[in-house]
Design a protein around this ligand. Structure first.
Ligand code: LMR
Length: 451
């Protein structure tokens, strides 16, 4: 789950907000135009506003007035212009917007996405903007974080978002400074990370990506809403989430997640195929531990059509020796086939993971997400971000589901994943403000994509 979006570059250049694109800050009730950029999120409807900022040649931020942009838009094709034609809607008159349609909309939420010009985001952003993720009554403002290298691509992303005419998409900002992009964020989806390059040790990757997530944690701490929910996707996602959390003490630890929903979805698919049933009937699937090859897809507590999975698939050998490694290494197999990491399925699973938190969990079911182990009922050591079975009442929070049966087979494997995560934590202790960590990881189990 790495993008080729060079988020590393933003660390060295994060002092500039390159460019803000705002598509449709138009909100209504009355049609009065204002010049305020920020739309109060406590108010779903109101005046219309928009400013656009563009990096000038000497890299200062320059505000362009509406007329300037109109001139830029009118520049004949082929002539030099600062403005990518078609991208900017500066002031959007919402007076003719269907008031009935938006009357019951919720207040706007701000969703910050890092690695926004990468492949995963390219699938995810359009789902979010369409209303598929947060619901048909939830207007959204997208805050897209890229890097110097990806900034032009990011403008392309913004253009495509604009061209989709999504009614719920009220605003799109793009930039390379996490401190600006994360401002007042309600959600931060941290997708951008570096993949491991040739000759790079696992410790190097932890160090390099850990550095990015430490910086982003600090930025979230300083400028995001205190209630901001953070979903870490960039690998190694569990430990990146831990680093981010450690650097954001103003945010509740329970607001941090690392994505293991992709693994859950993969497990459900394989169980359904084996049982010859449709995916929908597979429930109660837990991924325990790390999003790595030590993860434990739990067939012991899973159900198919309400029955125990092990009763429906009466083939322990397959469950242990085929199914389990297949899920643990599926990311790697996919890379071999595609020549790159999973993108569309990762985006779908991010959407699923968010939906799982913003809608009530079905009675008796649960979902997998990697969360802080503090106070967990399974005896897993505290201070790790570990995938466990969770439920939500739909308000964005979760509770860990208690009482799952942990047999010896599961226990042994869960322990291995726990040890791996403790080792990773030790490697990055210095990024969490703790001194003296050694880096004891020996086995090459860091990412599913690296088998
Ligand atoms: C996946 O599970 O598909 C990815 O996390 C693999 C990877 O290493 O990017």
């Amino acid at each position: 789950m790495n993008t080729d979006d060079d988020t590393n570059a933003l660390l060295s250049r994060c002092s500039r907000f390159l460019f803000v694109f705002i598509a449709t800050t138009a909100l209504k009730t009355n049609a009065t135009l204002t010049r305020t950029k920020v739309v109060p999120s406590s108010r779903p409807v109101g005046g219309v506003s928009c400013k656009a900022f563009l990096k000038s040649n000497n890299e200062t931020i320059m505000e362009k007035k509406r007329g300037d942009w109109q001139k830029a838009r009118n520049t004949p094709a082929g002539k030099e212009t600062n403005a990518p034609l078609g991208v900017f809607v500066l002031e959007y008159d919402a007076s003719n917007e269907d008031v009935e349609k938006t009357r019951n909309w919720k207040p706007i939420i701000k969703i910050a996405v890092s690695g926004a010009a990468g492949m995963i985001s390219n699938h995810l952003l359009f789902k979010i903007a369409s209303g598929e993720v947060f619901g048909p009554d939830q207007p959204v403002a997208l805050r897209l974080l890229g890097s110097e290298r990806s900034q032009v691509a990011l403008e392309g992303v913004a253009m495509e978002l604009e061209d989709c005419l999504f009614p719920l998409l009220r605003e799109v900002d793009i930039g390379i400074d996490a401190r600006k992009v994360f401002e007042d964020a309600d959600w931060a989806l941290l997708i951008g990370a570096k993949p491991r390059g040739p000759g790079m040790e696992r410790g190097d990757l932890l160090e390099m990506n850990g550095g990015i997530f430490a910086e982003q944690g600090k930025a979230l701490n300083d400028v995001a809403k205190k209630t901001c929910k953070v979903m870490v996707v960039g690998n190694p996602c569990n430990t990146n989430a831990l680093i981010c959390m450690a650097n954001a003490p103003n945010l509740d630890k329970r607001n941090f997640h690392a994505l293991t929903r992709l693994d859950e979805n993969r497990a459900k698919c394989q169980l359904a195929l084996k049982a010859g049933v449709f995916y929908e009937t597979v429930s109660n699937v837990t991924i325990w531990g790390n999003h790595s090859t030590t993860q434990v897809p739990d067939f012991v507590n899973a159900k198919i059509g309400g029955e125990r999975c092990t009763d429906v698939i009466d083939d322990q050998g397959w469950l242990e020796n085929d199914f389990t490694p297949a899920i643990q290494t599926r990311g790697g197999l996919l890379i071999k086939k595609w020549g790159r990491s999973s993108a569309a399925s990762t985006a779908v699973s991010i959407a699923d993971a968010i939906k799982a938190l913003v809608t009530p969990t079905k009675e008796g079911d649960w979902f997998s997400t990697a969360v802080i182990t503090d106070g967990n009922p399974y005896g897993i050591q505290e201070g790790l971000v570990f995938s466990m079975p969770c439920r939500s009442n739909g308000d964005g929070s979760y509770e860990i589901v208690e009482g799952l049966k942990i047999n010896d087979w599961l226990r042994e494997r869960i322990k291995k994943s726990e040890e791996e995560l403790a080792g990773e934590r030790s490697c990055v202790a210095h990024l969490m403000g703790v001194s003296g960590g050694a880096c004891p990881i020996l086995e090459d189990t860091l990412l599913p994509g690296e088998m």
